[in-house]
Design a protein around this ligand. Structure first.
Ligand code: ADP
Ligand code: 5GP
Length: 197
């Protein structure tokens, strides 16, 4: 699939990565750059059944819902994609995503490989799948520790999950190694922006 499409047509840009690879920092910087260039871009806010972490706000970081509500949404076909991740349920709302696409926005989805697969199946041709890789597993662990958010047990769980997630990197359209931050940001920008004439 081509990495670059006309900016006027909306597109879903899935950015997946093992936790700690730098995806959040990179995508925020990328969206700022796109806005500065006048390219309409937005973040998709997912639904999840996991409880909010401190500092997370409902409707901003996630829409926090209970199992019953999530299951009802599944039954009513209200998700573009949904999956179990770390024992919790996560999903992308269908109606809001389709509305943003119709507005011609590039919508960034922070979802896992299972969701990426479903989005590509549902909207082939309107989906760009990007995977952010750490330079090494050792560096990934250093970043997780450096972020200072997780317990030792959580870090061990995330490192195990990282190997599983990285296993699916070949299914994505492009892989970007987040070694030097600005180099990786420039590479992502080239992939999401239309080619200049
Ligand atoms: P993710 O969203 O993938 O879990 P974060 O964006 O939270 O990861 O980044 C994890 C940590 O790594 C943060 O402390 C961030 O500042 C740091 N980081 C991100 N990119 C780099 C980089 N290229 N080099 C060194 N540290 C980085
Ligand atoms: P966290 O709970 O740490 O915010 O996210 C855990 C994992 O769930 C991350 O890999 C994230 O990309 C993934 N995730 C977040 N939202 C969604 C979603 O809507 N769908 C899917 N499939 N995965 C999601």
């Amino acid at each position: 699939m081509s990495g670059n499409q006309a900016a006027s047509s909306g597109r879903l840009v899935v950015v997946a990565a093992p936790s700690g690879a730098g995806k959040t920092t990179l995508t925020h910087a990328l969206i700022e750059r796109m806005k500065a260039r006048g390219t309409p871009a937005a973040f998709s806010v997912s639904f999840t059944t996991r409880p909010p972490r401190s500092g997370e706000r409902n409707g901003v970081h996630y829409h926090f819902v209970d199992e019953v509500m999530f299951e009802a949404m599944v039954r009513k076909n209200e998700f573009l994609e949904h999956a179990h991740v770390f024992g919790r349920r996560y999903g992308t709302g269908r109606v809001v995503t389709e509305a943003l696409l119709a507005e011609g926005k590039q919508i960034f989805l922070d979802i896992d490989w299972q969701g990426a697969r479903q989005v590509r199946e549902r909207l082939p041709g309107q989906t760009l799948l990007l995977f952010v890789l750490p330079p090494s597993l050792e560096e990934l662990e250093r970043r997780l520790r450096g972020r200072g958010q997780d317990s030792e047990e959580t870090i061990r769980r995330r490192m195990k999950a990282a190997e599983e997630e990285i296993h699916h990197a070949p299914e994505f359209d492009h892989r970007v190694v987040n070694d030097d931050f600005n180099r990786a940001l420039n590479e992502l920008e080239r992939l999401v922006l239309p080619v200049s004439p």
